[in-house]
Design a protein around this ligand. Structure first.
Ligand SMILES: *Cc1c(COP(=O)(O)O)cnc(C)c1O
Length: 364
């Protein structure tokens, strides 16, 4: 089976893990700060704070932006549940906006409509879904006009670029995940990035029990720290990220070239001014065909995944909060039609050719 995701673990990861084990400094340590600095530098921000996962990174990011109970936070409707949950963690109210059916990212016209309708929106939490950045020119223009805090959920967008600037460097704060299946990983792990010195100071307290100095706790904080072990893996992974991205783009380009003419599929849209890093290579297929297509792929040894088969507000827990089906039509339609196929860097050349042949051979 060619799986839809597969972490790459090399010699360097093993070597650094051994160094950490031998040092007996397993929790916070020098690998954590080295990883924070190198990831922030890679993305082009001043500060990085490593966290236990992407979800805790998002929670910390919102708190750093001052999101408080009852605040309004606008976000996309089509993402992993952690995006919306992080807003609820703050006691704030998620306002869901529909997606652009071409990019699967938040629809910019509907975003402005929501900003006009809802007064005093504290923050906008955007998601660069599947590794494609949102249109950051348009979003930064809205930020100037409406004055909200901007948070980027870049959990799928390590190394993605908009006009040669990296995802995670546009917002007041951004959050990444290093979960095992992301474009780079630390098992579980995350990071928040910012250019704001005060945010960095407060963020460090948020992830470490509100601590200031050695044993003084001046604000409410959590234990959201990354371990030295995980950070060591991250250091080794970051060194390889660019080569992995190149592989993903190469694979996706081959797919796009052949799948564009198939008719029964819609291939991912790649805007000219962005570097899509293909955390997922996501096709659109008629909802009546999707199940059959997935079974056909599986019977030919090809894995696939649906990200995501429901919009966040249609999850049972959110329905309970009063959100209604039909709120975001394009997102709901996307949830019915998307299917992601393997695009990761461990797929061999002959396997790519096989996947292309199998997809070409599908009969409706
Ligand atoms: C993976 C992911 C998260 C959460 O990250 P974890 O490390 O699993 O907590 C949040 N948002 C998006 C869009 C993700 O893909």
């Amino acid at each position: 089976m060619i799986n839809v995701a597969c972490p790459v673990i090399g010699k360097k990861e093993r070597q650094l893990i051994k160094e950490v084990l031998d040092s007996k400094i397993l929790a916070s340590g020098k690998y954590v700060s080295a990883f924070e600095q190198s990831f922030a530098k890679y993305c082009g921000t001043k500060y990085g704070i490593a966290t236990s996962n992407g979800t805790t990174a998002l929670h910390a990011a919102l708190l750093m932006c001052g999101v408080k109970p009852k605040d309004k936070v606008i976000t996309t409707s089509f993402s992993f549940i952690a995006t919306a949950n992080s807003i609820l963690f703050c006691g704030a109210k998620p306002i869901f906006v529909d997606v652009d059916p071409k990019t699967f990212n938040i629809d910019l016209i509907k975003l402005e409509e929501a900003l006009k309708k809802e007064k005093n929106v504290k923050a906008v939490l955007i998601v660069h879904l599947y590794g494609l950045t949102c249109d950051m020119d348009a979003i930064l223009k809205l930020k100037k006009k409406y004055g909200f805090k901007l948070i980027e959920d870049a959990c799928q967008a390590h190394g993605a670029e908009f006009k040669n600037k990296k995802a995670g460097s546009f917002g007041d704060v951004s959050a990444f995940s290093f979960y095992a299946t992301k474009n780079m990983m630390t098992g579980e792990g995350g990071i928040v990035l910012t250019n704001n010195k005060d945010y960095d100071k407060y963020g460090r307290q948020v992830i470490n029990h509100g601590r200031e100095g050695h044993s003084t706790h001046t604000v409410l904080g959590y234990n959201y720290r990354l371990t030295n072990l995980a950070a060591a893996i991250g250091i080794a992974q970051l060194e390889q990220l660019e080569s992995w991205i190149a592989k993903r783009i190469e694979n996706a380009t081959k797919y796009n070239e052949t799948f564009n003419n198939l008719g029964f599929l819609q291939t991912p849209f790649i805007p000219k001014n962005s570097r899509h890093v293909f955390h997922q290579y996501t096709l659109r297929i008629d909802t009546k065909e999707r199940e059959k297509f997935i079974k056909y792929l599986a019977s030919n040894g090809i894995g696939s995944g649906i990200y995501y088969n429901t919009v966040m507000y249609n999850q049972p827990f959110y329905k309970q909060l009063g959100y209604k089906q039909g709120l975001c039509k394009e997102a709901e339609k996307s949830a019915q039609e998307v299917v992601s196929i393997p695009v990761h860097p461990s797929i061999k050349k002959n396997e790519i050719l096989k996947i292309i042949k199998v997809v070409q051979g599908y009969k409706k």
